[in-house]
Design a protein around this ligand. Structure first.
Ligand code: ZN
Length: 1018
C-alpha cells in the first residue's frame, strides 16, 4: 500500500485549525458596547457597574499600561437561535500565542455576580444553555490592560514595569465582542481530532498509529467543510472506535490537578495579583460547576485571603467548591515563598499562618507542601515540612537545571537532620500542562521511578493571567482517561497520588536508590541571592525584629500582665511572608513591586519597633538607670539572651591603632591583630592565641571586585559562569583616615570607581574577634556584579554556610559537574572556612550570596621540606545592576554590614552571626529584667512567644545548631503548670507531656533538631 503519513497529518492539522476550531462559534451577532476608561487604580466592582458609559466601537484602541476599562455589553438572542447554546465571544485584542501575561477581564452580571474571566485562550462567556430566543443580554467587563513585559522580545529593557514610568498609549484593540451559537458537537469533534493528532505523533510506526491515521482520514472524508455543524456527528462516528480502544495495562498514570500558577507579584504589582486570582478562581468555579470530576488546586492562603477581602461574591463560590472537595487548598503556606533565604522562624510562620487560615476558613489542613516554582530548596526543609505536620513535598523547578539532570521524580528527600519527606517532581517538566500528547509522552518516557512507581502528577492549566484550566483541557482529559497508546489521565487530589506513591516506593525506603540528601540546588537563577538588595535587607531586618518583638511582648505579658499584640504580630508577619514570595525576595519583580516592598518593610519595621518599645517600657518601668536589652539568642555585653541588664562599659581593654611607616594601620585588641595597607585592604588578620593569620600569604582581603555581568537570559535572575572571566579590583582609595573612638579602632576609606563611589568604615571593638565593615555605596552601574573577596589561609575541603536551624557544607572544589554548577550559593548570617583548630568566618546583616574557590601552590613541596599553600577564597555578593525587569535595579545608595571573624569554630561562628544583626538596645528605666526563658547545654533559642491559639500558653522553640547531639535544659522563669512538645505549628503531639521541675525541662536533641515546647501558665 502506498502510504503518506504527512499527507494525513497535514490535512488534519489544517482542517482542525482553519475550519473546525473556527466553526465552534458558527453564527454570531455583534453586541452593543459602551465603555468607561479609568486611568488610575482599580475601583470596587459595585462602583464599576455604576459608572456612566459612552458608546464604544469594536476595534477602537483601549487600555494604557496598568489601566482599567469597564465595558458594558448588551444584546438580544436572535429568535432563530431558539434551542441553541449561546455564548458571548470576547476578544479584547489578545495575542493567543501567549496564554497569559496580557490583558484580562472579569465578567459580571448587572447584579454584581461574576460569570468567569476571559483570557487569551479562554474567550467565551456562557450566556444561555438552551435559548428560547429574544433573551436580553447584559454583561459588564472589568478589563485590565496590563502590559506584556516578557513577550516576544524577551528580557528587553522596559519602562512599562511601573505605573510611574509606563507609557499612556493604548496597548490593545478589541477584535470581537459578539453573541454566538456554541456548536457543542463541533467542539467535541475538535477535541477528538486534536487528541488523536497529538497521540499519533508520539506513537511508533505500527498498527495503532496506522489505525488512528486512517480514522482521521475517514472522519475528514465525511466532514463537509461548508457544513461543519451538520456533519460533525458523522465525522465523530468515524473516530469513535480508535477513541474507544483502551490503554495498555501498564500505561503511565497521570494524576491531573487543575492549576494556575499565579505569582503573588512579578511582572505586575500585588494589587493586580488580587484581581488575577479573582478572575482565575471565578473561571475555575464555573468549570467545576460544568464538569463532574475536574478538581482545581490552589496554594497560598494569602491568595484566598485576597479573594475573601476584595471579591466576597467570588469567595462564596470558592468556599462552596472547597466544601464539595473540588477546589483544593494546597501547600499550607501563606505564599509560595522562596525557601533558600527566609529564616527558620519565617518558614515556620509560612506554614503556621497558611494552615491556620485553611483551618479557620475551610476546616481543613493541607497534607503537603506545594512549591512548583521556587528557586531551589533548603536542606532544612524536610525536617520543617515533617514537623509542621505535612506528609509530602512537590516541586518541578529542578528540571530547569542548566547542567545536571536530576536523577529522581518520586523520591525521599533527606534534610540536614536526617528527616525524610516523600517528594515528587512531575516528569513532564511543566506546571502549566495542557495535556498535550507530547507532554504525556514525555512524562511516560522520562519518569525515573518507573521500575517501582506507576504514575506522576500533571498540574494542568495556564497560570499568571491565563485563567487556569480550560474546557478544552477537561475535554482532553476525558478522552485520555483510558486511551490506547497514551498515558492514562484522571483528575485527583495530589494527596491520593502521594498515598499511592508512598506504598509503591516503600520497599525502597531504606534500601536502594530513591533518596536525595541535602539541598535541592537550582542550577539557574543564582543571582536571585543578590538582586534588589533593599528588599533582602528589609527581610533580614524584619525577621529579626519580629522574633524580638514576640519575645519582649511575651516577657511583658508574663511579668506585667501586658496584653500580647496577637493581631499586630499576625499582620506584620503576614507582610513579611508576602514579601518572601518567590519573585519578591529573590528580586525578580518589576520596579513597582520592589518600590512597594521597600515601603512595606519600612512599615513592618516601624510596627515591630513599636511593639518592642512598648514591651520594654512595661518591663523596665519608670526610672533613669542606664540599661541594655539583649535581643539575641546569645549573651552580649554582659547581658543574658533576651534579658535586660545594666549598661556597663567595655570589660576588655580599648583597641589600639598604630599608623605604619609608609602607610597602613595596625588595629589590635586582646584577641586579634589586623593590618591594613595604605589603601585600606586587610593584609593580615592574626589570631593572637594561635598566631595564625587568616589572610593568605602575599594576598589581601576585603578587596572589592567588580565584574561585567550580562547573562544570556533572565537578567535579574541569572549570573552566568563566564562573569568570572573579567574582573576589576577596586584598589584605589581617594581618602583613608583612622582614629580610636570610644575604645574602638576605626579606619575610614573612600573609593571612587566607574560611575560609583563608596565609603567603608572598618572597626575593631575591644574584646571582639570581628573586623566589622560598614559600607555605603552610591551605586550607578549597569550590568555589573560587586563582590568583596577574602583569600583565606585555610585548607578547607568544605565551607559551612548557615541555613535555617543549622548549616550545610559545600565543597570548595569542582570535582563533579554538580559541584561545578554551584558557582554561586546561599548563606544566611555566616559562612565559615576552617581547619581543625582554626577557622575564619564571615558574618553579615543582609547578604545571601557567596562563592568560594580554592588555589593551590605546591612550589615549596618536594624535594624541599615545605607544605603546599592552599588558599580558600570566600567572596560575599554585594550588589548587581541588571536591567530587566526593573531597569533601575539597585541604583542609588545601598548599605551593607559584614565582618571578618578571626579564629572561630562552628559554635563561635553561629554566635557571631546571630549577634551581628541583633545588637543590644540602650534604654533607661527602673530595673533590669531577668530573661523569661533561659537555655543551657547546647540548646539554641529560636522563638519565645505566646501560643497562636491565644490561650496565653508560652511557646518556646529551640534547636541544635552545630550538627551534634545535645542534652540541655529550657527554663521558664515564671510559674508554669506543665509542658508539652508540640509541632512547629503548635499542634499537640502524641505522648507529648514533658516533665517540668522548677520551671525547667530537659531536652535531648539530635543533630540540627528543632523542638517546640508549649508551657501552660500556672
Ligand atoms: Zn512563580
Amino acid at each position: 500500500m502506498h502510504d503518506d503519513i504527512t499527507l494525513t497529518t497535514g490535512r488534519a492539522t489544517r482542517v482542525l485549525t482553519e475550519r473546525i476550531w473556527p466553526a465552534v462559534h458558527g453564527t454570531s451577532v455583534p453586541l452593543e458596547v459602551e465603555w468607561h476608561a479609568l486611568p488610575g487604580e482599580p475601583i470596587p466592582p459595585a462602583d464599576g457597574l455604576a459608572l456612566a458609559m459612552e458608546p464604544y466601537e469594536v476595534g477602537t484602541p483601549w487600555g494604557p499600561a496598568w489601566g482599567t476599562t469597564w465595558f458594558r455589553l448588551t444584546g438580544t438572542v436572535p429568535p432563530e437561535w431558539a434551542g441553541r447554546t449561546v455564548e458571548a465571544v470576547l476578544d479584547l485584542g489578545f495575542d493567543s500565542s501567549m496564554p497569559g501575561f496580557q490583558a484580562e477581564a472579569l465578567v459580571y452580571r448587572p447584579d454584581g455576580t461574576t460569570v468567569k474571566s476571559i483570557n487569551p485562550r479562554n474567550q467565551h462567556v456562557p450566556v444561555v444553555d438552551a435559548a428560547v430566543g429574544g433573551e436580553r443580554v447584559e454583561l459588564f467587563l472589568e478589563a485590565a490592560s496590563n502590559p506584556v513585559l516578557l513577550g516576544h522580545d524577551m528580557f528587553r529593557q522596559t519602562q512599562e514595569g511601573d505605573v510611574r514610568t509606563s507609557s499612556r498609549r493604548p496597548l490593545y484593540a478589541t477584535r470581537r465582542l459578539d453573541l454566538a451559537v456554541f456548536e457543542a458537537e463541533v467542539h467535541e469533534l475538535a477535541l477528538d481530532v486534536e487528541v488523536l493528532l497529538e497521540l499519533q505523533a508520539e506513537l511508533p510506526a505500527g498498527p495503532r498509529r496506522m489505525r488512528v491515521l486512517q480514522a482521521l482520514d475517514d472522519a475528514l472524508d465525511v466532514l463537509d467543510l461548508q457544513r461543519i455543524g451538520e456533519t460533525a456527528a458523522a465525522a465523530r462516528a468515524a473516530l469513535a472506535d480508535v477513541l474507544a480502544s483502551p490503554a495498555e495495562a501498564s500505561a503511565h498514570q497521570i494524576s491531573a490537578v487543575g492549576h494556575a500558577h499565579i505569582d503573588s507579584a512579578w511582572l505586575w504589582p500585588v494589587r493586580e495579583t488580587i484581581r488575577k486570582v479573582a478572575r482565575t478562581t471565578s473561571s475555575m468555579a464555573d468549570l467545576i460547576d460544568r464538569t463532574d470530576d475536574f478538581v482545581y488546586g490552589m496554594s497560598s492562603a494569602q491568595q484566598y485571603a485576597w479573594v475573601k477581602e476584595h471579591r466576597p461574591e467570588v469567595w462564596a463560590r470558592v468556599k462552596e467548591a472547597v466544601a464539595k472537595g473540588r477546589f483544593l487548598p494546597l501547600g499550607g503556606m501563606w505564599v509560595e515563598s522562596d525557601t533558600v533565604m527566609p529564616s527558620g522562624e519565617a518558614l515556620v510562620r509560612q506554614f503556621s499562618q497558611g494552615q491556620r487560615f485553611f483551618e479557620r476558613e475551610f476546616g481543613l489542613r493541607s497534607h503537603g507542601v506545594w512549591l512548583p516554582d521556587s528557586f531551589g530548596y533548603s536542606p532544612a526543609l524536610p525536617q520543617l515540612v515533617r514537623r509542621a505536620g505535612f506528609d509530602w513535598f512537590f516541586t518541578q523547578k529542578i528540571s530547569w537545571n542548566q547542567v545536571n539532570v536530576f536523577p529522581h521524580h518520586t523520591f525521599w528527600w533527606e534534610g540536614i537532620d536526617g528527616s525524610r519527606v516523600l517528594t515528587h517532581f512531575p516528569p513532564m517538566d511543566t506546571y502549566n500542562s495542557r495535556l498535550s500528547g507530547e507532554e504525556l509522552s514525555k512524562a511516560t518516557r522520562q519518569f525515573r521511578e518507573a521500575r517501582r512507581a506507576t504514575g506522576s502528577i500533571a498540574p494542568v492549566g495556564y497560570g499568571d493571567g491565563g485563567g487556569g484550566t480550560t474546557r478544552e483541557m477537561t475535554g482532553k482529559a476525558q478522552r485520555l482517561a483510558d486511551l490506547e497508546g497514551s498515558a492514562k489521565v484522571r483528575w485527583e487530589h495530589p494527596d491520593a497520588f502521594f498515598e499511592r506513591a508512598r506504598t509503591e516506593l516503600d520497599a525502597a525506603r531504606h534500601g536502594d536508590s530513591a533518596v536525595w540528601v541535602g539541598e535541592l540546588y537550582l542550577e539557574l537563577h543564582r543571582a536571585t541571592l543578590t538582586s534588589q538588595h533593599k528588599t533582602k535587607q528589609g527581610n533580614r531586618r524584619n525577621e529579626q525584629l519580629l522574633v524580638e518583638a514576640e519575645a519582649w511582648a511575651a516577657t511583658a505579658s508574663a511579668r506585667t500582665g501586658a496584653d500580647y499584640p496577637y493581631e499586630e504580630l499576625d499582620a506584620l508577619w503576614q507582610q513579611v511572608l508576602l514579601m518572601q514570595f518567590h519573585d519578591i525576595l529573590p528580586g525578580t519583580s518589576v520596579a513597582w513591586v520592589h518600590r512597594e516592598a521597600v515601603e512595606r518593610h519600612a512599615a513592618v519595621t516601624a510596627g515591630a519597633q513599636d511593639i518592642i518599645e512598648r514591651s520594654l517600657r512595661a518591663l523596665v518601668g519608670e526610672g533613669d538607670v542606664a540599661l541594655r536589652a539583649n535581643p539575641a539568642a546569645f549573651a552580649q555585653a554582659g547581658v543574658p539572651a533576651l534579658g535586660v541588664g545594666p549598661a556597663q562599659g567595655p570589660t576588655a581593654a580599648a583597641s589600639t591603632l598604630t599608623e605604619l611607616d609608609g602607610g597602613g594601620y595596625v588595629l589590635a585588641n586582646d584577641l586579634v591583630r589586623i593590618t591594613l595597607d595604605a589603601a585600606g585592604h586587610v593584609t593580615s588578620a592574626v589570631d593572637l592565641a594561635t598566631g595564625r593569620d587568616a589572610v593568605a600569604p602575599g594576598r589581601d582581603a576585603n578587596v572589592l571586585q567588580l565584574h561585567q555581568d550580562f547573562p544570556n537570559k533572565w537578567d535579574a535572575w541569572d549570573v552566568d559562569r563566564f562573569y568570572r572571566n573579567s574582573v576589576t579590583d577596586l584598589r584605589e582609595a581617594e581618602k583613608v583616615s583612622a582614629a580610636v573612638e570610644g575604645g574602638v579602632a576605626v579606619v575610614r576609606v573612600h573609593r571612587v570607581f566607574s560611575a560609583s563611589s563608596l565609603d567603608q568604615v572598618l572597626t575593631l571593638a575591644p574584646g571582639s574577634r570581628t573586623l566589622e565593615v560598614t559600607m555605603a555605596t552610591d551605586w550607578h552601574e549597569t550590568e555589573k556584579f560587586l563582590k568583596v573577596a577574602f583569600p583565606l589561609d585555610v585548607r578547607a575541603e568544605h565551607v559551612a554556610a548557615e541555613t535555617q536551624f543549622g548549616f550545610h557544607q559545600r565543597a570548595t572544589h569542582t570535582n563533579t559537574s554538580w559541584e561545578a554548577a554551584k558557582f554561586e550559593t546561599s548563606m544566611h548570617r555566616w559562612v565559615l572556612a576552617q581547619e581543625p583548630g582554626f577557622g575564619v568566618g564571615l558574618v553579615n546583616d543582609s547578604v545571601y550570596g557567596y562563592d568560594v574557590t580554592r588555589e593551590v601552590s605546591d612550589d615549596g613541596v618536594a624535594p624541599a621540606p615545605g607544605a603546599p599553600d592552599v588558599t580558600t577564597t570566600v567572596r560575599l555578593s554585594l550588589l548587581r545592576a541588571p536591567r530587566f525587569p526593573d531597569p533601575e535595579t539597585d541604583q542609588g545608595v545601598q548599605t551593607h554590614r559584614y565582618g571578618l571573624v578571626v579564629g572561630v569554630d562552628t559554635a563561635a561562628a553561629t554566635e557571631a552571626g546571630a549577634t551581628f544583626g541583633a545588637r543590644p538596645r540602650e534604654l533607661r528605666g527602673g530595673s533590669a529584667v531577668e530573661p523569661l526563658v533561659a537555655v543551657a547545654g547546647g540548646v539554641t533559642l529560636s522563638a519565645v512567644k505566646l501560643a497562636d491559639d491565644r490561650s496565653g500558653d508560652l511557646v518556646v522553640r529551640v534547636y541544635e545548631a552545630l550538627g551534634r547531639r545535645a542534652s540541655g535544659t529550657v527554663t521558664v522563669a515564671a510559674p508554669v503548670a506543665g509542658a508539652r512538645a508540640v509541632s512547629l505549628i503548635e499542634d499537640d503531639l502524641a505522648d507529648a507531656v514533658v516533665p517540668v521541675t522548677d520551671g525547667a525541662v530537659t531536652v535531648d536533641l539530635g543533630p540540627f533538631e528543632v523542638r517546640t515546647l508549649r508551657f501552660a501558665r500556672a
